[in-house]
Design a protein around this ligand. Structure first.
Ligand SMILES: [Zn+2]
Length: 456
């Protein structure tokens, strides 16, 4: 261990109480992004982050306006020739209701046992603070071994509506080798985790129509094709008997899971038994040839999200409905494109829809999947840092959902993101009694200190 690393780690250990006190100040702001009444708190929080960045010697620190809540920016580029990390975070939080279910004031951080309870303690003021504290430990005992840029936004909890434009307008400012996004958690307190892939999305609405109005089933039953049945047949045909998706060409651009990835995924604590326990289904289901954990992150899916047709009120109404509609979304993996899936869905309908009905397919937009190469030096730097702290290598995980900002970084800046974080599955994110496990958080700070040095 170098002297500089040792000094920074020693500083972090000596200042554990100060770091926690500092986080308590941070979470005391009610920076709820969803409603206008918290605008003042949002401003105060953004200013607090900016002041903290300045105190750490960051340059160009600014609270920058967007169409919505401001972005806080700051950078330090005093390590020429070394990598530049763009650290992403958000300072906004979810609403706190129902308030009566909280055991303590959500904006007055309260320590109970090893957990600090407050809104934002885990998602993600605690994670932003961990990054700031790691930087503090390094700059108070020497200089940063890498270049850093901070982008801390205030609209993540409402879907980052202003961020894509802001990123596009500031692409020069944001130039970096990669983005560190600590808004993803760990799979358990003994399982440091790196999330390297997220799925994309393509969403559709399919309407099947037949007669110009609902028909009497006694008069016309047997002579016209019922749109609800026709839609049901079309939907049923979208998977084959092995639960592969039957849209023509659907798998052509799907990047296969490598043997190495499958080995990593097999180590995740997500078994069929876990799925059964979480969902209450009698048996698991899915694409033949893949495990549940592979199906949920590494393979594309097609889901019917809702169906609407005919009479669904109390009692009976003997009709043939005029139309039937289904909402459909596909989760996509690299290298699928949402527009391609739209074309595949259209071709499927052209080939399979009977002449007895009409159909209309609308696309509601989509996003591409994102993935980071796990052999990139920054992933190795983070993995090694985690192994030094926890004594065990991290789990490598693909997330089944999407994180809009990761897609924005990829499409707008061509930048890969590495997702991590030190929150735990039982942190009650977005719910009453959100908490953060303090010993894990301190380990997280140590991990980040080591990460910066490994990278430099
Ligand atoms: Zn978050």
């Amino acid at each position: 261990m170098t002297e500089r690393l040792a000094a920074a780690l020693e500083y972090a250990r000596r200042h554990e109480a100060d770091f926690l006190k500092n986080l308590q100040d941070f979470v005391a702001f009610g920076s709820i992004s969803t409603s206008d009444e918290h605008r003042e708190e949002i401003e105060k929080t953004a200013n607090w982050v900016a002041r903290r960045l300045e105190a750490l010697g960051m340059q160009k620190v600014a609270v920058m306006p967007t169409a919505g809540h401001p972005v806080v920016y700051g950078e330090w580029l005093g390590a020429p020739g070394k990598p530049t990390v763009l650290i992403y975070g958000h300072y906004d939080v979810q609403p706190v209701d129902p308030l009566d279910l909280w055991h303590s004031d959500p904006f007055e951080a309260t320590l109970r046992g090893e957990n600090l309870h407050a809104r934002g303690a885990s998602d993600m003021k605690g994670q932003v603070a961990a990054c700031l504290n790691a930087v503090e430990a390094i700059v108070r005992t020497g200089t940063l071994p890498v270049n850093v840029k901070f982008l801390i936004e205030g609209e993540e909890e409402i879907g980052s509506p202003s961020l894509a434009d802001w990123i596009a307008q500031n692409s020069e400012l944001l130039k970096a080798d990669f983005c560190l996004n600590p808004d993803a958690g760990m799979l358990g307190k003994d399982h440091p985790t790196i999330t390297y892939g997220l799925r994309g999305l393509a969403s559709f609405e399919l309407t099947v129509s037949g007669p110009s109005h609902d028909l009497h089933s006694g008069v016309f039953g047997g002579t016209v094709h019922n749109p609800a049945k026709a839609l049901a047949d079309l939907l049923a045909g979208m998977h084959d008997e092995n639960n592969h998706i039957a849209l023509p060409g659907f798998y052509d651009s799907v990047r296969p899971l490598s043997g190495e990835e499958r080995a990593h995924l097999a180590k995740l604590p997500v078994s069929d038994a876990f799925v059964l326990a979480q969902t209450g289904v009698p048996q698991v289901w899915g694409e033949a040839g893949y495990t549940s954990v592979e199906r949920a992150g590494g393979r594309p899916t097609l889901e019917i999200n809702g169906m609407l047709s005919g009479f669904t009120g109390q009692g009976q109404k003997t009709i043939i409905p005029a139309w039937a509609m289904a909402k459909i979304t596909c989760r996509l993996v690299p290298d699928q494109k949402p527009e391609e899936v739209y074309e595949q869905m259209k071709r499927y309908l052209e080939e399979r829809a009977p002449k007895t009905i009409c159909w209309d397919l609308k696309m509601y937009g989509g996003s591409e999947a994102s993935i980071s190469d796990i052999h990139k030096p920054w992933v190795t730097a983070l993995a090694n840092a985690m192994e030094s702290v926890w004594g065990t290598p991290p789990l490598f995980k693909r997330e089944g959902g999407s994180v809009p900002v990761v897609g924005m970084m990829q499409s707008s800046l061509g930048m890969e993101s590495v997702l991590t974080g030190f929150g735990l599955p039982d942190d009650n994110l977005h719910a009453p009694n959100e908490k953060m496990h303090v010993p894990t958080w301190h380990r997280g700070i140590e991990t980040l200190v080591r990460f910066f040095f490994n990278l430099g």
